[in-house]
Design a protein around this ligand. Structure first.
Ligand SMILES: [Cu+2]
Length: 124
């Protein structure tokens, strides 16, 4: 009787260990997924349209770099050069726009829908 008791006690410990390991594994998986799917900041040569603003509002890149804008908002935005060099047209929620900058200079742009939404690309 005593042997059976200790055996079942061990079984419970083993079961608890594995279920805890599974829970931890699930936690790790969930956090990895959320960090890859919903990263909190734009990557290199990326600009986000988020909360009716360009983030970063000013980006500095080397010549011939392609910058990618991604609309993270639920509303439509545009990426429109104030000098007429580039214009994305309407970018709906989740949409992207890319433009390659082949010449050094400072290029300001804005969203034509939201007047306070401005950004700058500096090409060196
Ligand atoms: Cu906008």
């Amino acid at each position: 009787m005593k042997k059976i008791f200790s055996y079942s006690g061990l079984s419970i410990l083993v079961i608890m260990f594995f279920s805890m390991a599974n829970v931890c594994g699930g936690c790790k998986k969930a956090s990895t997924n959320s960090s890859s799917a919903g990263t909190s900041s734009p990557g290199t040569n990326e600009v986000w349209m988020q909360n009716t603003a360009f983030t970063p509002s000013s980006i500095t890149v080397a010549v011939n770099t392609t910058i990618k804008w991604t609309n993270k908002d639920g509303m439509t935005h545009t990426v429109t050069s104030t000098s007429g060099l580039f214009d994305s047209g309407s970018i709906s929620s989740g949409g992207t726009y890319s433009h390659q900058f082949a010449t050094t200079g400072s290029y300001s742009y804005r969203c034509t829908i939201h007047s306070g939404m401005t950004g700058m690309v500096i090409v060196q």
